[in-house]
Design a protein around this ligand. Sequence first.
Ligand SMILES: C[S@@+](CC[C@H](N)C(=O)[O-])C[C@H]1O[C@@H](n2cnc3c(N)ncnc32)[C@H](O)[C@@H]1O
Length: 705
Amino acid sequence: MSIQKDLVMAIGRIVKGVDKLSATNPCQLPLAESGIPSDCAESSLLAIDTSFPEDEVERLATQESYNKHLYRPNTYLHKWWARRSGTTFRFILKQLVDDAVRRDFYRAGGLEGVIILDPMMGGGTTIHEAIRMGANCIGVDVDPIPVVQARASLEYLPMSEKEEVFASFETALHRSIGSLFKVCCPRCGSVSDFQFVLHALRRRCACREVETIDSYILREDGQGSVSICPECRTVFRDSCHECRAGNTPVLLPLLDRSQTSCPRCNMPYEDRLDLPFWQRYTPVAVSGSCREHGSFWKTIEDDDFQRMHGAAVKYDNYSELRRPDFPVFEGPKSGDLLSRGIDCYLDLFTKRQLLFLDEAIRLVHSAPRAHQLWLGLLVSTSLEFNCLLCGYKGAGSRRPGAIRHVFSHHAYSFPYTALENNPLFPLKTSGTLKLLFRDRIQKAGKWAALPVERRIIDGQTKQVTISGEVDSGDLASSFTSIREGVRKVYVTQRDFRSMDLPGGSADHVVTDPPYYDNVQYTNLSAFFRVWLRQLLPDEADWDYDVQSSVVAVDGSQTERYEDALCDIWRKCHSALRKPHGRLIFTFHHWKADAWAALTLSLKHAHFFLTNRYVVSSENPISVHIRRLRALKHDCVLVLRPTETDPNGVGVWAKPQSIKTDDSRRFCSDCASALGYFLESPLPESEIRHEWRNLIGGTNNGKASR
Ligand SMILES: C[S@@+](CC[C@H](N)C(=O)[O-])C[C@H]1O[C@@H](n2cnc3c(N)ncnc32)[C@H](O)[C@@H]1O
């Protein structure tokens, strides 16, 4: 063990002992009361500088990672990418609490009046957790979605009013377009609600056109199976089928996805890029629910086509949506749309889906002003389940009717069997307005009024209510008005680099920056922004400069990322109260270039590593990382804005090498190396070189977010 490491541990031991002795932050107690060595009492030591309950965080954050939205429903009003676990951020913020007793995870509050800044707030994890503890918060994001989401989810409005607004919104939708979202029960013929329509992908080879679906089996459960006949397209249960192919007009061959080339011309089947995206699909089966006979599957028949046609005519005649307002611009992810000939976001929807959206926009505009924000966000987030990019994954008995929603991967994917969902379906199933309202507004509101945490006792998970906390705050119109009081929040949309916060405006910065090139937020969020601009035209700057987003693209633009991040850290540095203010954030990446960029951005902004911890980041079976050699951990980096470290806690030895076969160890070693480089006098070029020596090539493994 190196001398430096010995020193770190020895001082860590002293410091941990100090922490146990004092009931409050020793640095803020008069020396006589604190009973601790004078050099430490005079210092600016915080609990997070020396300790973090990694094992406890590990247990709880891992559980949360499987179902983040259930753990903190009020943070999940609208889709956002790469959300960190609220549990981890609650633990981080708790370690900033002065009073050691109130640092307890299950105790309410502890940060009353403390100002927490998140310069890149994304899904708003920091802000929500800090508000609960009574902090005053400044939340900034360059993208409008995080900002309007934070406003809508933190602002308190009576639930009875929301329920009333939603009920009239739903009733009006049913009245105006409900008749087009119906299907006849195959047993009694009564007009019922359809749950979803499955569509097959039209393709062609050199000699003919075909249609392709994932599988001829549409559903399998304890009672048997539902299939579609590839010849006559009849949907039938079990083996009760007599093919009517001879009697039906000639249909295109229906193939399953395993048939990739034509046995007649030997050419591969290719997508019909000559058609608008929505015309590349043909409806093949419908499921619905009859009041009398329960759920059913049915062959597509004339009346179903008529309803689809009726919706298209109505949409074409009345819609005010204009193609030039929905352009797909070039970008790292939207390039996948353009390369498939999709240059307008409207083309990703059937005309019936567009009719619903057009009508919903009108109704949001006529809702009471105070309720338009959450209602508009609810409609926007429903797009993820009401779009032809949705796939069908409900064939198995475990998840009947489940939808593979648009961003189940952090990218666009293009289904064989596309699922046209019914947003007005009244029963409990994914992606309906009713379910979204229940989960993201009603359950979220209940949780916000009395937040619930989990405690694991003898392997059993128990719910613990945190009485005394609420997840809502007073929205402030400027950062100056949050200096007094508790639970005040100022959220603003801007490039943080352009923000002028005077020195001492924030006690701590707690954030989660873009992890180099891992998630292309700005480019992906355009899918929602084009709609939100219609739904909530005056709520944000929907046309902001997407170039101002701090993100590298597929391993390139390292310099741009590094410079922009450095400017952000500089602004944080000047805003922090010194010397006790801390910059704390989570990070991980496999690539040497990502770590080098992070190191240099922090170094030029004069931050030094005081401590680092490692916690679980993602659910290991998440679809984003399942088949990738992904990092499953995050470093929690605790940085101080002053070089001098009176406590001597942050003295780092350089690891001899960093092994890449263990995610946790890798993160921990990278963080130590970061600490070392921040203190070392090495020039920039050497630091980049050293990182490559330590981790290996620049393209080491695959990113996980
Ligand atoms: C990793 S996300 C934050 C995730 C969030 N902490 C959570 O748990 O949901 C990073 C955010 O940084 C934002 N961002 C990127 N560049 C920015 C800039 N120049 N100014 C402010 N925010 C920026 C992105 O829009 C994105 O929302």
